[in-house]
Design a protein around this ligand. Structure first.
Ligand SMILES: Nc1ncnc2c1ncn2[C@@H]1O[C@H](COP(=O)(O)OP(=O)(O)OP(=O)(O)O)[C@@H](O)[C@H]1O
Length: 802
């Protein structure tokens, strides 16, 4: 029997063949690509076009689709070296295209390694700020659109768990250092053992004091066998930094070293000398004179930014105003960044959070109201304009005391800067408007004091004392220009902390300018009280700050912020002359316990003292020493009799005289008691008489006259129960119709029952009275129990009468 042909085999074979053929073809092209890279010599090769570079087709297509044609200097030199697998230290002016210089090698490295999502993390790109990380990620998604890698952004703003779930399958991550470290420490699915390439954008910033610990810890997680690329406009060749990152024989590519300056030639740089107290006037005048421009204004801290923004906003200069600082929420930061980026004419007040790397299109002016901490910061700030061969202008405001030192520093880096003066007719004075605004708005006053404190603090912590000298600044005038009635007194910390702070860059010191700051915040445990205090201060001035602003603060007042919950003053018992005095002085609810032995009163004004109150042992001293007393046969307590000594007895006079004195005293006491007893008996008799009259009137069916009614305690509702009773038809006895007894009936019956509680039978009595006969009953009606001796006598007499 002929065997049946296997129909599956012929089908499978071509498929397998096609797959292996495809794989083979890919391998061949990868080998060719690798050969091209190896043979590419940037010094001799033509690098004027991207198409001349040895790049894979997905990367080349991505670059073309993003409309990049010719590589910039840094790109032309760095990309071929990086493609060869070398570590790079890249330094190029701001806006010269460094982002592409490291993104292209990243894509190519993973492409040539045929990286898949199952290989773990292949490339890690670290940025110092969230804004820069977002921007880098956007460029990556643009030029990498024809690749099949998965890429992620790790900058915080979402929950760690939410981010962690997605990290496991990412091939490329763009991150900020602090957040990435958190994931490396806690996210189990994140596999970094295979990491191929590490990139540090703005490397000098990432390697400085502010990020030092985070970066060192982060690098410890990564494998040593990897390629490392470091890029910045202000790159250093510090050996210590290179060893920290285990760079191997790195290629130093600096495209501006031979050039005249480290800033773009298309950038016009100016400075003007304006005293610290006039800076806001000058800024306002500047904005008013450049309403058709896109302006970026730098301040040294978030507090400065907020104060300037809030005041200028009220003055309506005639251009959209934005403000950006690290303390804002991530979504708000992103929204402001994109709104400002899209604007043609606008003014953004910002901290150094956007000083580095951020690529706002077409910024006309960069204004530095507060001087930068060093020349590098200056270069990065002014680098937000005149990007990629476009024109741009920058102006730096300097206090007269800062001029000399700052110019010296700028000259050392060959920065061409010219002095300019503000035209008289362009000067604006907004001091008075600010003063009245601050006077009216306590929140603004609070902000002004914070701005003052943070500025003075930042100057105090500056490392370069040749430029920044606190003593030469007119702080009173500065406080006045912020609308404050006087310069707040500031106490600076001493010792270790200051040393640490001085080593830190000012960017790191300003509020949350970077990822580092959020790390600092995380480390500091904030209690509910802290949060409550922060909240309170947002719109209400505390006493402390009122004093601070009024300039009346002293060290004790300063300290009050620290001991928010501490007992300010312990009230001692002897703070008051009498207990009554204490009661009127202390808040209601305070307990005061007077010791029996004449001790000072115990005042319960705190939890601790209240607790003490519960301790019997502690309270013993307030009970006094106790007195010895005896009880007589009648149970009355009195001091025990003691036999008087003979001498004491003689001192009181003769025995007869003492006896007489005693008799007289006792007689007087008896007389006194007799008078009061008689008065009491008289009153009782009168009451008894009145009660009898009422009873008789009721029994005869007559309402008693109001005047004859005895005064009874009225219930709370003010109704006299007797008056109520009198208004009812008197039934001459118990009303009972045999039906349901209503409430009224109950009320009616009650007094009768009470009055006759001792009655044996009232029917006979009634009959006898009606017949005018004298009752023969032996039962005597006793309406009241006898109280006094006289009552008993009267009762006895009645019995005898019978
Ligand atoms: N080859 C290129 N062709 C055209 N434009 C380019 C090219 N490379 C970069 N650019 C543009 O130049 C601008 C600046 O690029 P990039 O942000 O990479 O500069 P940078 O050197 O990183 O600046 P910084 O030092 O401020 O971070 C961007 O708008 C970018 O789109």
């Amino acid at each position: 029997m002929p065997s049946r042909p296997d129909k599956r085999r012929p089908h499978q074979k071509p498929k397998q063949d096609a797959k292996s053929l495809k794989r083979k073809r890919e391998q061949v092209s990868l080998d060719q690509l690798q050969d091209a890279v190896d043979q590419f010599d940037p010094k001799t090769a033509d690098t004027t076009k991207f198409s001349n570079l040895p790049l894979s087709s997905p990367t080349a297509s991505g670059i073309e689709a993003s409309h990049f044609q010719a590589p910039t200097d840094i790109q032309a030199r760095a990309i071929p070296e990086a493609l060869k697998g070398r570590d790079i230290l890249g330094a190029a002016k701001t806006g010269s295209g460094k982002t592409l210089a490291f993104l292209v090698p990243v894509l190519e490295k993973l492409y040539r390694a045929r990286w898949t999502e199952y290989d773990g993390l292949g490339a890690l790109i670290i940025s110092p700020t969230r804004e820069l990380a977002v921007q880098t990620f956007q460029v990556l998604t643009k030029i990498g659109r024809f690749h099949s890698f998965s890429a992620g952004l790790v900058i915080g703003g979402k929950s760690l768990k939410e981010e962690a779930e997605r990290l496991g399958r990412m091939s490329i991550l763009v991150c900020t250092p602090g957040r990435m470290l958190q994931h490396l420490d806690s996210t189990s699915g994140l596999q970094v053992d295979n990491l191929q390439i590490l990139v540090l954008d703005e490397a000098d910033r990432i390697m400085d004091m502010g990020f030092k610990s985070a970066v060192d810890a982060l690098v410890e997680h990564l494998p040593k066998e990897r390629q490392t690329l470091l890029f910045s406009a202000t790159q250093s060749r510090k050996v210590s930094d290179l060893s920290r990152l285990s760079l191997k024989d790195p290629e130093y590519i600096a495209v501006h070293e031979s050039a005249a300056a480290s800033t773009p030639e298309s950038l016009q740089q100016h400075y003007l000398v304006t005293p610290l107290a006039s800076k806001l006037n000058t800024l306002y005048g500047f904005i008013k004179a450049n309403l058709k421009s896109k302006i970026l204004v730098f301040f040294s801290s978030g507090k400065q930014v907020r104060f300037a923004f809030e005041t200028m906003r009220h003055l309506r200069p005639g251009v959209p105003l934005y403000h950006l600082l690290g303390a804002q929420k991530q979504a708000q930061r992103m929204q402001i960044t994109s709104s400002y980026a899209a604007s043609k004419q606008a003014c953004l007040f910002a901290t150094d959070v956007v000083a580095r790397g951020v690529d706002f299109p077409s910024v006309d002016w960069v204004v530095q109201v507060d001087a930068p901490e060093d020349v590098d910061t200056y270069i990065h700030r002014v680098g937000r304009t005149a990007r990629f061969n476009k024109d741009g202008k920058a102006v730096l405001f300097l206090d007269p005391s800062e001029e000399e030192g700052m110019l010296k520093r700028l000259e050392s880096k060959k920065i061409p800067i010219k002095r300019v003066n503000v035209r008289e007719n362009k000067k604006q004075a907004i001091d008075e408007s600010i003063q009245s605004m601050v006077f009216r708005d306590p929140a603004l006053k609070y902000l002004a004091s914070k701005a003052f404190i943070s500025y003075v603090r930042s100057i105090h912590l500056q490392r370069d004392k040749e430029i920044f000298n606190l003593k030469s600044l007119d702080l009173e005038a500065y406080a006045a220009c912020l609308g404050l009635p006087g310069a707040p007194i500031i106490h600076f910390d001493k010792g270790e902390d200051v040393k640490k702070l001085k080593n830190m860059s000012r960017a790191a010191l300003s509020d949350s300018d970077s990822d580092f700051d959020s790390e600092k915040k995380k480390r500091k445990v904030r209690t509910k009280t802290d949060k409550m205090f922060e909240r309170t201060n947002q719109d209400v001035l505390t006493d402390h700050y009122t004093k601070l602003i009024d300039g009346t603060t002293d060290r004790a007042a300063e300290d009050s912020e620290d001991d928010f919950l501490a007992v300010k003053r312990v009230i001692e018992g002897d703070d008051f002359d009498t207990v009554a005095d204490a009661k009127t002085t202390l808040p209601s609810g305070t307990k005061i316990i007077q010791g029996l032995g004449g001790e000072e009163p115990f005042i319960v004004d705190s939890k601790r003292r209240e607790k003490m109150l519960k301790s019997k042992k502690q309270m013993l001293k307030f009970k006094g020493k106790g007195d010895h007393i005896v009880f007589d046969d009648e149970g009355t307590a009195h001091h025990p009799y003691r036999i008087q000594g003979e001498e004491d007895f003689k001192r009181d006079g003769s025995a007869e005289a003492q006896r007489q004195k005693f008799v007289e005293g006792e007689t007087a006491k008896v007389k006194e008691a007799d008078i009061s007893d008689k008065a009491l008996a008289k009153e009782k008799r009168r009451e008894k008489k009145e009660r009898r009259k009422i009873r008789e009137a009721m029994e005869d069916g007559l309402a008693p006259a109001a005047s004859t009614m005895p005064r009874l305690e009225t219930p709370d509702d003010g109704e006299d129960p007797l008056a109520f009773l009198a208004s009812l038809p008197v039934n001459n006895g118990v009303h009972n119709d045999g039906g349901d007894s209503s409430g009224e009936e109950e009320v009616e019956q009650r007094p009768r029952k009470k009055a006759k509680k001792w009655f044996e039978d009232d029917s006979d009595d009634e009959k006898n009275r009606k017949k005018g006969k004298k009752s023969k009953s032996k039962v005597i009606e006793i309406t009241e129990e006898p109280d006094t001796l006289e009552d008993y006598e009267a009762l006895a007499a009645g019995l005898l009468d019978d």
